[in-house]
Design a protein around this ligand. Structure first.
Ligand SMILES: *Cc1c(COP(=O)(O)O)cnc(C)c1O
Length: 393
């Protein structure tokens, strides 16, 4: 196959274990598998998650949840976004757990569940400062009471979501702390009403790294399990860092590796240009390798002339524009590369074996930095024409 995404399930499971060691074994993990598990393949990742001991899965749409059920997933599936009333039949069929932000939807859901003679699990969602789904912290008790009275609904969880948990700036750390205290107050108020809030959860990847006080009964990591730390502990202010230093370190390895093939090698002369727009010309005679990967595979066009490709452990610059289905690599004067050699477009960073050489930053996170986005977008954008090849060792 021309271009493939190798999915290292062993890395994924080790990442789950790493998160588990950090949060302690008494807490649950809800793996975010929305958007086809950030491009990694939702069903395979869901199965690997359960095998690694995850408690439940998070999806963004009802159809994503239904697909997991059809694939045989029995674990709870939490719907992270607000569904439409017309999707309720499918929600009941797939037995999805729904975030409830308002009484109106709680009532509709309750009526439909009652008519279907089922009881649906719901989690109360509180907006403590994300500014998206959820009721306000002030309304939380009333909404909990409302749910409690709806006989076809069972309150099995209470949650919030952070806006800046992956930022190491003092101001953002304080913002997350403020969200956290609003959330705690609301959860306590619910308990004081004699209502069991169920599984209390808040932490996304950023909060697993920087905010141990937010771990409660369950954490909801996504990007961290796919192998990217969107913030490093050492970026936090020094006094804050001291608190974090007592935690188990998070060893994380990228799960996805994008590989293409060198389909043709040819010699070009000094001054000759490569690809559309003639943005690169050879400074001297050289060999160019034509790689079978383009922006239609999800390799960003913005990487043109700004990224490097690894072939046989050696690094070669990407030259000229990335086109829809192909791109070009400068192999130099005497290439070690042969036609049909495998080329790594992104994967893991490469650590040098010799003392003075530098780390080659070859991960999707490094590529994201180069093109001005986040690793989430890089892996999500790997197109469906790129087959996922699952490896376990
Ligand atoms: C996507 C999502 C997560 C996971 O976020 P990461 O930054 O990938 O860890 C957790 N909770 C909710 C509600 C989400 O939508």
């Amino acid at each position: 196959m021309r271009t493939r995404a190798i999915i290292h399930l062993n890395h994924f499971k080790e990442n789950v274990n790493s998160v588990r060691r950090r949060i302690g074994k008494d807490r649950h993990i809800c793996v975010s598998v929305k958007a086809d598990a950030y491009g990694h393949g939702a069903l395979r990742i869901a199965k690997a998650s359960i095998e690694a001991g995850a408690y439940c899965l998070g999806v963004a749409s009802v159809s994503e949840g239904s697909e997991l059920r059809r694939g045989g997933i029995k674990a709870p599936i939490l719907l992270f976004s607000q569904p439409q009333p017309k999707e309720i039949a499918d929600i009941i069929k797939a037995n999805l757990t729904i975030f409830i932000s308002d009484t109106e939807f709680a009532d509709v859901l309750n009526e439909r569940a009652k008519a279907a003679k089922v009881k649906l699990n719901v989690h109360l969602k509180i907006d403590t400062g994300m500014g998206r789904l959820g009721c306000s912290a002030k309304e939380a008790v009333a909404l909990a009471r409302h749910i409690k009275k709806r006989k076809a609904l069972k309150l099995t969880g209470t949650a919030t979501h952070f806006a800046v948990s992956d930022s190491p700036n003092r101001r953002d750390i304080d913002y997350t702390k403020a969200q956290l205290s609003r959330f705690k107050r609301a959860v306590n108020a619910i308990r004081n009403e004699g209502i069991n809030p169920g599984i209390v959860h808040a932490a996304n990847s950023g909060a697993i790294i920087l905010h141990p006080a937010s771990w409660f009964d369950m954490v909801r990591p996504g990007i961290l399990l796919y192998g990217y730390k969107t913030v490093e502990e050492y970026e936090a202010p020094l006094d804050y860092l001291k608190k974090l230093s007592r935690l188990k370190s998070l060893k994380i390895e990228p799960v996805m590796e994008l590989r293409g093939k060198i389909s043709l090698i040819k010699k070009i002369k000094k001054g000759e240009s490569v690809s559309y727009g003639r943005t690169w010309s050879a400074g001297k005679d050289t060999f160019i390798g034509i790689l079978t990967t383009g922006y239609a595979d999800g390799f960003p066009r913005l990487a043109s002339n700004r990224w490097q490709i690894v072939i046989g452990g050696k690094v070669y610059p990407l030259v000229g524009r990335v086109t829809m289905d192909q791109c070009c690599v400068n192999l130099g004067k005497k290439p070690d590369v042969r036609r049909w050699d495998e080329a790594i477009i992104f994967g893991s960073d490469i650590y040098p074996t010799e003392p003075d050489s530098q780390v080659i930053r070859q991960s999707a996170a490094a590529l994201a930095e180069v093109v001005g986005t986040i690793p989430y977008e890089i892996t999500c954008n790997i197109n469906k024409r790129v087959p996922r090849v699952y490896v376990t060792s």
